[in-house]
Design a binder for this molecule. Structure first.
Ligand code: AMP
Length: 191
């Protein structure tokens, strides 16, 4: 079974929505770093105050802070049955940290799911979503950050973890269905 999954894709690709669905269907712990940060901002914690402006600009929070958060979460026993990471890693540094952390614990990443959506569709969706970090200028900036800092993660992982590309345009149910097919096929070929 593909149990430790990484959901990857540009901002607005629907990775959060699909990650929640897949985690629920497969009984995996859904770890969304964006949600953790937004909760901290909403609660007004010290970390929330530190990251608020960074998120609103569409920039990345430091690797150190992010890695600390994920390390803490993965230390909890519920993740041993399988986890779905959504929004992390976003830099090559974070990816290397994650692989090292998992391998030290005798764990591994089983598969990377890449949700593929073109830029114009991403901007259209983000504007419609209306989140504070989703005005058109900010979303274009977030896309640039994705291309420059996050996409290289795929090259870093290639050859070490299987990467499965999934078309991210269409209705939600059919995209979830495509992901399930990919995961089922991967499980079968592994047996
Ligand atoms: P998301 O909901 O995944 O789009 O994340 C929203 C925002 O949170 C991002 O635009 C970043 O500012 C911040 N963020 C989330 N995850 C990370 C990460 N792994 N590294 C750095 N910043 C992150």
């Amino acid at each position: 079974m593909r149990r430790n999954i990484l959901m990857f894709g540009p901002p607005g690709s629907g990775k959060g929505t699909q990650a929640a669905r897949i985690a629920q269907r497969r009984g995996l712990v859904h770890i969304s770093t964006g949600d953790i940060l937004r909760d901290a901002v909403a609660a007004g914690t010290k970390m929330g105050l530190q990251v608020k402006a960074i998120i609103e600009r569409g920039d990345l929070v430091t690797d150190e802070l992010m890695f600390g958060l994920v390390k803490e979460r993965l230390r909890q026993a519920d993740t041993l049955e399988g986890f779905l990471l959504d929004g992390f890693p976003r830099t090559v540094n974070q990816a290397e940290g994650l692989l090292a952390l998992l391998s030290m614990a005798g764990r591994q990443l089983d598969v990377v799911l890449l949700l593929d959506v073109d830029d114009d569709e991403l901007v259209r969706r983000a504007v419609a979503r209306g989140r504070a970090d989703d005005d058109e200028g900010t979303i274009r900036h977030r896309l640039n950050v994705y291309r420059e800092q996050t996409e290289p993660v795929l090259e870093a992982l290639a050859g070490r973890v299987g990467i499965e590309k999934i078309g991210g345009v269409g209705d939600l149910d059919s995209i979830t269905g495509s992901i399930e097919l990919v995961l089922d096929a991967a499980d079968t070929s592994q047996e």
